[in-house]
Design a protein around this ligand. Structure first.
Ligand SMILES: [Zn+2]
Length: 267
């Protein structure tokens, strides 16, 4: 599932491949991912224009256009990705939308399960507000003070709170587990039971875990040995820190890995 680090990697990939090239046409094979615009409409909107730059908020990627003031929005659902390729090469599998450039290159929006989102919006701030998204946890502006403000008056369990995109944007299931493991916090701890030191540790691990993931191209297999994420799915895995057996439970319906020795239940 593409989470914030994956989308940040895709943003950088798009920046390094597909900017400032004239779009000749757009081909969209799956109307289900196009929101508020038809395949033809999207083609008409983008043809003759080019991608100018990118922004990311949570798991949304925003692409500004060189001529038009509107933005293209991409969300990668459960399985989405981007592939920049040349005409002579084979069209990627599961290509749902293709942005075709006059230089013979294509940017493919690919996805095996069609839960994505492609749309045109007039402005990014309005979109973030309309979707009621909290601040992006990887942004410079997301300070410890901001983090505490987000959690003020919250009483729920810490894991689903971190994952609630309207409280703060960008943390999904895998990284919520990793952040809480690194911080040594039991995932069902109530937010209002966390003391200042624990809050600060979680905050620092949000920054540390996301930065580490991005530095490693969001590829769990290359994460440090101290990380939990590469062990997901292995029912017999041991804790990288204490070598005890990892626990596997559901928290708010989501698959959760933790170590009962390193992440003690409070009280
Ligand atoms: Zn442990």
């Amino acid at each position: 599932v593409p989470e914030l680090p994956d989308v940040e990697i895709l943003r950088r990939y798009l920046d390094s491949t597909a900017l400032h090239q004239e779009i000749e046409s757009v081909q969209a094979d799956a109307d289900s991912v196009l929101k508020g615009i038809s395949s033809q409409g999207l083609g008409k909107k983008l043809s003759g224009d080019s991608f100018q730059g990118t922004r990311r908020h949570g798991k949304f990627l925003f692409i500004s256009l060189e001529k038009d003031s509107d933005w293209l929005v991409l969300h990668f659902g459960m399985t989405g990705s981007l592939i920049y390729y040349k005409l002579a090469e084979k069209e990627p599998e599961y290509q749902l939308v293709s942005f075709n450039f006059t230089n013979g290159y294509h940017l493919a929006y690919v996805m095996t399960r069609k839960f994505g989102e492609v749309r045109i919006i007039p402005d990014v701030f309005g979109f973030i507000e309309e979707r009621k998204m909290g601040p992006d946890v990887y942004s410079q502006g997301f300070t410890f003070e901001e983090f505490k403000k987000c959690l003020a008056k919250r009483h729920g369990m810490v894991k689903p709170t971190l994952m609630n995109q309207s409280i703060m944007a960008g943390i999904g299931n895998v990284y919520a587990d990793e952040i809480l493991f690194q911080a040594g916090i039991y995932p069902e701890t109530k937010v209002n039971q966390l003391n200042q030191a624990e809050l600060h540790e979680i905050y620092q691990q949000i920054k540390n875990v996301l930065q580490t993931a991005i530095d490693h191209q969001a590829d769990p297999n290359s994460y440090p040995d101290s990380f939990l994420s590469p062990l997901r799915g292995d029912q017999d895995a041991n804790c990288p820190r204490c070598d005890g057996k990892l626990e596997h439970i559901k928290v708010s319906g989501r698959s959760t890995y933790y170590c009962s020795n390193c992440q003690k239940k409070p009280g």
